[in-house]
Design a protein around this ligand. Structure first.
Ligand code: 13P
Length: 249
């Protein structure tokens, strides 16, 4: 079901103690809002965070997971391990995973399958690089990323998929896609899904924007028809900024 979501991706920030402080402050400051609130702490804080948010409307997500059920994958974390600490949502395909850990569309398709096989929700990230946008290739790139990792899924799987369009040139750079650029791409993404599945299905998919979302620009970006919320990096590390972005809805 399409809904408004504000998700904070902490990346490799906040140790166990920082995470606990953040969550307790967030729960105090969070007012009623229409948007679903998600935080994605590092693995070492998942158990404590998911215990701390119990009974609140904050949802804890992981930033990554392996596709295999278990086995000889030193340093990796499985879907079942995430579920054993109360985590049912996982971010997959972040551009930093793609760029620094060689995650390909084919690998991500396997991760998505594993998440869905475990009844987890995947927040699937994708987005073009600066040179793609400069050369006018952004739609081709984005379409390919979605198609290669997700179009093998049956229509019924899509209720467990949230999309996050994160243009690489806007991540951590302070340079945001303009609200219109975000809207144009989100409309293109929805149309791409409608072409493959149906307009009804496409209308139900939540598509988040990520890339230098701040309290100052969140309202305008979120006001766009096809933008259903944000995946926030830097500004999600500060409770005041994060709650201001949530309250932008
Ligand atoms: P910034 O908000 O820091 O640009 O990061 C966006 C992001 O990568 C969220 O996943």
């Amino acid at each position: 079901m399409r809904k408004q979501i504000v998700a904070g991706n902490w990346k490799m920030n906040n140790d166990y103690v920082d995470s606990e402080l953040f969550v307790s402050k967030l729960l105090k400051e969070l007012k009623h809002s229409k948007a679903e609130v998600i935080i994605a702490p590092p693995f070492t804080s998942l158990l404590a965070s998911s215990n701390s948010v119990k009974g609140s409307r904050v949802i804890v997500a992981a930033q990554n997971m392996h596709f295999a059920e278990n086995g000889a994958y030193t340093g990796e974390i499985s879907a079942a391990m995430l579920q054993s600490v109360g985590v049912k949502t996982v971010i997959l395909g972040h551009s930093e995973r793609r760029a620094y850990f060689n995650e390909t569309d084919a690998l991500l398709a396997k991760k998505v399958d594993t998440a869905l096989a475990h009844n987890m929700r995947a927040i699937f990230c994708f987005g073009e690089e600066l040179e793609d946008r400069k050369s006018g290739n952004e739609e081709t790139i984005v379409e390919g990323q979605i198609k290669n990792a997700l179009f093998h899924l049956p229509a019924s799987a899509w209720e467990h998929i949230v999309l996050a369009y994160e243009p690489v040139w806007a991540i951590g750079t302070g340079e945001t896609a303009s609200p219109q650029q975000a809207q144009d791409m989100h409309a293109f993404i929805r149309q791409t899904i409608a072409n493959q599945y149906s307009a009804d299905l496409a209308a139900e998919v939540s598509i988040l924007y990520g890339g230098s979302v701040k309290p100052a620009n969140a309202k305008e970006i979120f006001s766009k028809t096809d933008v259903d919320g944000g995946l926030i990096g830097g500004a999600a590390l500060d409770v005041e900024q994060f709650t201001a972005i949530i309250n932008a809805f």
